[in-house]
Design a protein around this ligand. Structure first.
Ligand code: BGC
Ligand code: NOJ
Length: 855
């Protein structure tokens, strides 16, 4: 790895090498991989499945490759070069550390450590950024809830392990420094972070005020950040160090020096921090520890960055002063500054993930499937559950709250790991539901209230709630949730049982049908960018929030498919509750909608997408652009529409012919080449990007599930593999996003950079792919009655094994292929059963052996 810093990091490595060979200093031509379509193979690390880690061995990854710290309330984002930021619960309103948006480089601002050799004066960052010195043995290990970054430079090995202990609102950095020289070493070690003045949006814009408000306290070497604590905030941040300090800084300018940046802080260069106290400007935290190491000797320094809240009446100590009351936080700080306790907390975190991931494990013939299902996809599901779409390197954390649609779908991939948290989320979501059955599109996690700025009117939203609750019931069998009293729109006094919320969700659509009897689309449906009532002609106007037409004409075939599906789910729930008549009603309405789809939503060979405000078809052979869309074809076939008369098979074949590419299935074809005012945002994107014919990974699983419903295990798994990030690791130079998590979008075939991923991490792709592979391809599916075993796997798989902890019972499952089909014969503890649903053991046993023969 030595020497990589000489290269131009932006270029893919082979192009880079070529440029060097040819002594080109400026690369002007089109990049080779863009023009020939031949991907260059290049990896930046490897999977260590044993340790459940991805190990990055080259710091200049194509984009920052990040991880999340924290699983509960305190969170951090950390890149492979220690960039990123931290927050408590709400990424906008309780931001601890500063991040500069759309910065260059992308991930600048972070949890930076500097080391300095006292004799030579040389200094560097073991995480490469921000100083970017040449390092040997650089490695970044992203694991389950932690990241360790280390390297060797100037004979000094250093590694920092970052994580958030379970149940605490703080992050631990454990820095281990080892002298690999054969002479003693005198090293200055520095930590550094820049505080954000809490509201990240205000922090980035309101300088006339904010340059005056910054305040800190330093006591016993602990730096307390207390901006606005003197008035309406009861919370503060602290940054502590386990060792005796040789100095500290709390004012950024004193640390960096004038006109300098984080790559060469003046105080680090000088080897001495100046003990500055911030008044206004930019409060920061930096510690200095001087260490002496014999050859081979190792020392560990622990740093803590944390968040603490005091009761209003006990903010100050002594009362009446302006000094933070530190009584309750000091013991916490003392506890984790002790490396023994930090290690114990780390072990606890490892065990926590071990048990979460242990709930479902598979051993199939495909390593990429195993790795994603057993480790990374499940892990990503936790991140999407926690963050929804709020904070990543593509979601600013200041824009979006928790999405109603998104959070409901996220339950599909998460509910088995933490059902109690899923339950709480379901009730929170329901409490933001409007009395009409409609929904705010988003709510704020801190207040748990619907977000008025974004509003509602996305007519698919209510149905996702039924699907989320159904997933919860199938997993847990906890019928009590349906009786929970829940408010509408957080209005006290409006409480009704959760079950009624589901009824209203369903009925919402019944009172919003259009001219063909299909559901009116409202502001948009799953495709936020199909804005058929928007007619926006004003630059910069938000497609998401601008006033729409009443919209009594534009209809969505996708919502129709969703309605059929949610109606059947709700019917099953109602009939389990003994509400037979109601169940009948849902089934009748679903069947009615199914025939409307077959009559008005069928285009001859595939499902139409929608009708526009003029009653014209969208997603039809009659259209010039946008003849066929993935969503309606995916959701209708997933819902089982057209299974009997070949329409599902025909639609899926059309998708295969017209939408499937080697990098995944695009949203629609042909891409829109210009802006259509009657379509809205979808046509605002250049062809091949995002909703305009990009590969929206979130919807690909709908097609995979559709394929399993018509018995096509080979194709279903093939589609799965095309977007599986692990299977794309070899083409990281093209894919560019992390090879261990899904990205929302991969550029489609109309884009110049076909195959390049964007918006990694926070996407419904995580839950849907997990659900599709586990429940439909591997076919280990939760139902209201028990665990259904119905694999639709590739023909050349001799079988697979899996274990599933389900409602307190461990199912050890072995599937063996004896023929090429998908028919299954099941034995449970040696006894042949009828059908394919394994009901819970009646004899109280906690372990069950299931054997399935596919023929
Ligand atoms: C994006 C969508 C997103 C929406 C809501 C649009 O610009 O293309 O993917 O869901 O914004 O924020
Ligand atoms: C991203 C949003 O979070 C999701 O809800 C939506 O369905 C897709 N974009 C497609 O527009």
């Amino acid at each position: 790895m030595a020497g990589f810093t000489k290269y131009n990091h932006f270029l893919p490595s082979k192009v880079r090498d070529r440029a060097l060979e040819n002594r080109l200093t400026v690369f002007t031509g089109p990049l080779e991989w863009r023009t020939t379509g031949k991907e260059l193979t290049m990896k930046f690390g490897y999977f260590d499945d044993q340790s459940r880690e991805y190990v990055i061995t080259q710091p200049d990854t194509p984009l920052p490759w990040i991880n999340y710290l924290g699983c509960e309330a305190y969170f951090g984002i950390i890149s492979n070069t220690a960039g990123g930021y931290s927050f408590y619960r709400d990424a906008r309103l309780r931001r601890l550390t500063r991040y500069r948006y759309n910065n260059v480089p992308f991930d600048f601002g972070g949890r930076y450590i500097y080391l300095r050799d006292q004799e030579s004066g040389k200094f560097w960052s073991p995480s490469w950024q921000p100083t970017r010195h040449e390092l040997t043995n650089y490695s970044c290990r992203h694991g389950m809830g932690y990241t360790s970054i280390g390297s060797t430079a100037n004979g000094i090995e250093a590694e920092t392990r970052y994580f958030v202990p379970l149940g605490e609102n703080l992050e631990i950095w454990q820095l281990t420094v080892t002298n690999r020289r054969d002479t003693p070493a005198k090293i200055n070690a520095f930590s550094s972070i820049e505080f954000c003045l809490w509201d990240a949006q205000d922090d980035a814009t309101n300088f006339q005020r904010n340059f005056n408000t910054g305040q800190v306290e330093v006591e016993d070497g602990v730096i307390y950040h207390k901006t606005e604590y003197r008035e309406r905030r009861n919370h503060f941040a602290y940054f502590a160090c386990s060792e005796k300090l040789a100095g500290f800084e709390t004012q950024r300018e004193s640390f960096l020096g004038r006109y300098r940046s984080w790559d060469s802080p003046a105080a680090v260069e000088a080897g001495q921090l100046g003990n500055s106290i911030a008044h206004g400007w930019s409060p920061m935290g930096a510690h200095q520890v001087n260490i002496e190491l014999e050859p081979g000797e190792t020392k560990q320094i622990v740093f803590l960055l944390g968040y603490h809240e005091n009761p209003v009446a006990e903010k100050f100590d002594p009362p009446g002063s302006q000094i933070i009351n530190k009584k309750t936080v000091k013991p916490v700080i003392a506890k984790y500054l002790d490396a023994k306790n930090a290690d114990a907390a780390f072990d606890e975190l490892r065990q926590y993930w071990q048990s979460l991931l242990g709930i479902f494990q598979v051993n199939s013939p495909d390593a990429h499937t195993n790795r994603m299902v057993n480790i990374w996809n499940a892990y990503q599901c936790m991140a999407t559950f926690n963050m929804s779409r709020s904070a990543s390197f593509y979601e600013s954390g200041i824009g979006r709250g928790l999405g109603f649609r998104d959070s409901n779908q996220d339950l599909l991939g998460f509910v088995h790991m933490a059902p109690a948290r899923a339950r709480e989320r379901i009730l929170d979501l329901a409490a933001t539901q409007l009395p009409t059955g409609g929904a705010y599109h988003q709510y704020q996690p801190l207040t748990k209230r619907g977000n008025n700025d974004i509003g509602g009117g996305f007519n698919d939203d209510p149905h996702w709630h039924i699907i989320g609750v159904s997933a919860y019931l199938k997993e847990t069998g906890d019928w009590s949730i349906l009786h929970e009293p829940v408010q509408y729109d957080n209005e006290p006094g409006s409480e009704q049982p959760l079950y009624e919320h589901l009824q209203r969700s369903f009925n919402y659509t019944l009172s919003r049908l259009g001219p063909h009897g299909l559901p009116l689309i409202g502001r948009a449906d799953w495709n936020d960018c199909l804005n058929l009532n928007c007619f926006s002609d004003t630059p910069g106007q938000s497609f998401q929030t601008t006033t729409n037409k009443e919209g009594k004409v534009a209809e969505s075939v996708f919502i129709a498919g969703l309605f059929v599906h949610s109606g059947r789910e709700l019917a099953a729930i109602a009939s389990r509750c003994g509400l037979t008549e109601e169940a009948e009603k849902y089934l009748t309405e679903s069947a009615k909608m199914e025939s409307v789809i077959l009559e008005h939503g069928w285009d001859g060979a595939w499902f139409l997408r929608a009708y526009n405000d003029f009653g014209g078809k969208i997603g039809s052979k009659e259209c010039e652009e946008g003849k066929i869309f993935i969503e309606s074809n995916g959701y209708c076939t997933l819902a089982g529409i057209g299974l009997d008369d070949g329409k599902a098979a025909s639609a899926l074949a059309a998708v295969n012919e017209q939408l499937a590419t080697k990098h995944g299935i695009v949203v629609q074809q042909p891409a829109f080449t210009h802006y259509y005012i009657e379509m809205g945002e979808i046509s605002s994107y250049p062809p091949g990007y995002k909703e305009n014919a990009g590969i929206f990974c979130h919807v690909n699983p709908w097609i995979m599930i559709g394929e399993t419903r018509i018995g096509h295990g080979d194709l279903a798994h093939d589609y799965y593999s095309r977007i599986n990030p692990s299977a794309r690791e070899e083409i990281s130079d093209l894919h560019r996003c992390e090879p261990y998590v899904y990205a929302q979008m991969i550029a489609g075939k109309d884009a110049p950079d076909f195959g390049e991923a964007k918006n990694s991490w926070l996407t419904g792709t995580a839950a849907w792919n997990y659900y599709a592979i586990v429940q439909w391809i591997l076919g280990i599916r939760t139902t209201l009655d028990g665990l259904q075993i119905n694999p639709v796997v590739p023909k050349n798989w001799p079988g697979f094994t899996a274990t599933r902890l389900y409602r307190g019972v461990t199912y050890n499952i072995t599937i063996e292929r004896q023929g090429e089909g998908n028919a299954i014969a099941l034995t449970v503890d040696g006894k042949l059963i009828e059908g394919n649903v394994v009901t819970p053991p009646t004899d109280g046993s906690k372990e069950v052996t299931v054997k399935g023969i596919l023929s």
